[in-house]
Design a protein. Structure first.
Length: 136
């Protein structure tokens, strides 16, 4: 059976394979380059106007010194550490530090409880996928 050039499916197959290869390449590139930010939430107390008091562990204290942005009500807010009182509380062989953060907050009054989130780490999409695949 003879076919004319415009009836040939060869060009369609070439475009199909180029599309599939490009799609798979884009998918693999996006998996390996995407990072998911993992935040940890801590409850604090508004101790003064634009000041929050937190009790944090040693590891969390290092996270606070490493970061310059916290999450308050789902919004990123810049902060600075006013003072750090070392080892004010001990519980189950773990020391906690009292930290005062200087944060511009408007909708809270003194002695209100507030939830503060700060960046713990960045994890890849693949690690989250395999962790969900294992069921944990």
């Amino acid at each position: 059976m003879n076919s004319k050039n415009y009836e040939s499916f060869f060009l369609i197959w070439i475009f199909f394979f180029i599309f599939i290869i490009g799609f798979i390449g884009t998918f693999i590139f996006s998996i390996f380059t995407s990072n998911i930010r993992k935040y940890q939430m801590i409850t604090g107390l508004v101790s003064d106007k634009n000041q929050i008091m937190l009790f944090v562990s040693y590891k969390q204290l290092h996270w606070l010194y490493r970061n310059h942005v916290v999450l308050i009500d789902g919004k990123k807010v810049n902060f600075s550490i006013d003072r750090n009182l070392p080892s004010t509380l001990s519980k189950k062989n773990q020391e906690f530090y009292q930290v005062y953060l200087s944060v511009p907050i408007k909708s809270y009054s003194i002695n209100d409880a507030i939830i503060v989130g700060f960046l713990q780490e960045r994890v890849s999409f693949l690690s989250v996928f395999f962790e969900m695949w294992k069921g944990g």
